[in-house]
Write a protein that binds this ligand. Structure first.
Ligand SMILES: [Fe+2]
Length: 582
């Protein structure tokens, strides 16, 4: 049969011999006629099939000849079989058959598509449920809930209300609407059936309203139009889904607003909302429980800090300030591009861990005797009182020596100061050791051995034993913190706090750890701790130093390898200390 190009009713018909022309048009970006019919005298090659896939409205018929008989089955691009396309009756019949085939195929494809969509939706519900179950932070969870439900139900907006059982109220928690820039406003709703939300909560039943401006008169609730009037927004469809636990208890309500695609939410979408609601309820309940535990723990930490600082009121606020400085410096480390801190990155859980460690770093001071903790001079106040009474008695008993005793007493007062050097003390008082006077038949020593031992401490106001007692606070801190069953995310709190007095040169306490064994977090905390101890308000045993002087001391400590010099530099450069002024 001679192949020729046939035009019929404006629809173009091509023979396979015209393929090059056909593809050429396509390559030039010119689409072949919107509808065209192709008569093929042999199967297409793979390249040709790919080209065919890019076209729309093309019908392919197999021309009767031997090359098709070798095939086991018809290729999918063949819509029919025709002997002579120039025979208009035969062509009409073939086109009619093709049309029917095409309709069937469209229907089959649409069913396939629906099935696929359904499958996707099911897996999206499962995926959403899993993602929601993993979220522990209540505000991000609520945002996620609204985003997911809006996506799954193709809705313009959604709001979330959380039920407060103690007050029997609904708290408006979160809102999203892609057409409105909504500012969140805290609001509580009573549980009565006059409002849509109230009716949904009381009845614990899903309420679907296709158009809120056409609520049936027999319904107990009405729609409050004030928001629409004020904003110009038109609320139409509302889907109120109660969030119920498996025992039926109400957790909250999700309200979904206005379908984006259709006139109203479809039955399928309502089912999806219903299916997801149980997962949302469990996720919210878990997150609220988690939040309660967090609040409980924060309360415990605050109480612990108060307990620490009530032992020594002069250090009031130290733990909080060290926590502020530590976290600020850690944030700078996290953001720093410096080589020293390239790999030092902290996530929000690690920041939390560091904050707890900083707040509790001095908890062990609870185990140090209070009189040692607040000791300002070399002698305890009561020791000085006893000595003072003794000198009064000596003056009364030996009035002729009054001047002599008064001179010794003033030297004792001088020696009692923590700044006095032990050499001066020895030159002034050591020769008096062993001197005794008889009062009322009793031999009274001028200076008792234990008083001398206290006065002759080498540095500051503390004896070696007392210094040991103060330093033991870290061991008490470790003991205390190790008793707490920290969660996996917070398990390093004890070891971070334990090393806050360690020094890079190995001269710190309690373990004298070497630099590489001291956690970076503890090194950060050490800088914060020293800075605050220096700049905090006057204490009985030391005066506060200025910020400049404190930085200079930090630099000296870094030179001596007591502190990490990179951290001290960052502390100074980024003015970390300013966080205390806010
Ligand atoms: Fe400490």
């Amino acid at each position: 049969m001679e192949q020729r190009l046939v035009f019929m009713g404006g629809r173009r018909l091509y023979y396979q011999k015209d393929w090059p022309q056909f593809v050429n048009q396509l390559n030039q970006g010119l689409k072949p006629a919107d509808s065209c019919v192709l008569f093929l005298d042999r199967p297409l090659e793979a390249k040709q099939i790919r080209a065919l896939d890019q076209m729309t409205g093309v019908l392919c018929f197999a021309l009767e000849n031997a090359s098709w008989s070798d095939l086991d089955e018809w290729p999918t691009y063949i819509q029919g079989y025709i002997k002579d396309p120039s025979n208009s009756r035969e062509l009409e019949y073939a086109l009619e058959q093709a049309k029917r085939n095409f309709e069937l195929r469209v229907e089959r494809d649409s069913l396939k598509f629906k099935l696929l969509l359904e499958k996707e939706r099911r897996s999206e519900i499962m995926q959403s449920a899993l993602e929601l179950a993993e979220e522990r932070e209540i505000s991000s969870l609520c945002e996620k809930v609204l985003t997911k439900i809006r996506k799954l139900l193709s809705a313009e907006g959604a709001s979330l209300y959380i039920y407060l059982p103690e007050e029997n109220l609904l708290r408006f928690a979160y809102v999203q609407n892609e057409k409105l820039d909504l500012k969140f406003k805290e609001m509580k709703l009573p549980l009565d059936e006059s409002s849509i939300m109230g009716a949904c909560a009381v009845g614990k039943k899903l309420i679907h309203i296709p158009d809120v401006y056409q609520i049936k008169p027999e319904d107990s609730f009405s729609f409050n139009t004030s928001f629409d009037k004020a904003s110009g927004y038109r609320t139409k469809n509302l889907l109120n889904i109660p969030l119920l636990k498996s025992n039926g208890d109400l957790v909250g309500i999700v309200q979904v607003i206005n379908s984006k695609l259709e006139d109203d939410f479809s039955d399928d979408e309502i089912e999806i909302g219903r299916a997801l609601s149980a997962h949302i309820a469990v996720a919210i309940e878990t997150a609220l429980l988690y939040q309660n535990i967090e609040e409980l723990f924060e309360g415990f930490i605050k109480a612990s800090v108060i307990a620490i600082e009530s032992r020594d009121p002069t250090t009031s606020g130290h733990s909080e300030r060290v926590a502020l400085l530590t976290i600020r410096l850690a944030q700078e480390v996290h953001e720093s591009q410096q080589k020293a801190f390239k790999s030092a990155l902290f996530n929000h859980l690690q920041f939390k861990e560091l904050r707890y460690a900083s707040l509790l770093h001095d908890f062990g001071k609870i185990g140090v005797p209070e009189k040692v903790l607040v000791k300002a001079k070399k002698l305890y106040p009561e020791q000085l009182d006893v000595m003072s009474s003794r000198f009064d008695a000596l003056i009364l008993s030996f009035p002729e020596k009054r001047k002599y005793f008064e001179e010794i007493w003033s030297k004792i007062l001088e020696a009692n100061e923590p700044t006095v050097l032990v050499e001066d003390l020895k030159a002034n008082l050591e020769h008096l050791l062993g001197h005794e006077y008889k009062i009322l038949d009793k031999q009274i020593p001028l200076i008792k051995d234990e008083e001398w031992a206290q006065l002759s401490v080498k540095k500051g106001s503390l004896s070696e034993t007392e210094r040991g007692q103060i330093e033991s606070h870290v061991l008490h801190t470790i003991k205390f913190l190790e008793k707490i069953p920290w969660t996996r995310d917070l398990k390093r709190v004890p070891s971070i706090a334990a090393a806050h007095h360690e020094k890079l040169n190995g001269g710190g306490y309690p373990y004298g750890l070497s630099a590489e064994k001291i956690p970076l977090e503890s090194q950060i905390m050490a800088v914060a701790d020293v800075y605050d101890a220096l700049t905090a308000m006057d204490r009985p045993y030391k005066r506060a130093v200025s910020q400049e002087k404190a930085i200079a001391i930090l630099r000296d400590e870094a030179k001596r390898l007591s502190l990490n010099s990179d951290l001290v530099q960052l502390f100074e450069q980024r003015a970390v200390y300013r966080c205390l002024l806010i």
